[in-house]
Write a protein that binds this ligand. Structure first.
Ligand code: FES
Length: 108
């Protein structure tokens, strides 16, 4: 049996803009939240290409665009889908309860 995770409330679903990632921090790690197609996703805020904040960019559907050089990532799996981004970013499990968004510090 798997030990259950600890979850920490980091935001409300309503806090998350439908086109601009919402920045939260947990365990000193900057995390970008997205709300698309009725589901909340979480990824690293920092672009894997050159240290830009993805929360200063925009997302449409499942694709977030880095504000610095235009690299893009799929927020469902962190895969880079447009150059110059090549390396993936981390994605994190999200739990939503009664409009509250939770992340697990154990994932950070
Ligand atoms: S810093 Fe994000 S694509 Fe270059």
């Amino acid at each position: 049996m798997t030990a259950s995770k600890t979850w920490v409330k980091v935001a409300r679903v309503d806090d998350i803009d439908p086109s601009v990632p919402y920045l939260v921090e947990l365990n000193n790690r900057a995390v970008a939240l997205y709300h698309t197609h009725g589901i909340v996703y979480a990824t690293d805020d920092t672009c894997s290409h050159a240290e830009a904040s993805l929360c200063e960019g925009e997302y449409r559907g499942y694709i977030v665009t880095c504000p610095r050089h235009g690299g893009q990532f799929d927020i469902r799996n962190g895969q880079a889908v447009k150059m110059p981004a090549i390396a993936p970013i981390d994605v994190f499990a999200v739990r939503v309860e009664d409009g509250d968004v939770f992340l697990s510090p154990e994932d950070m």
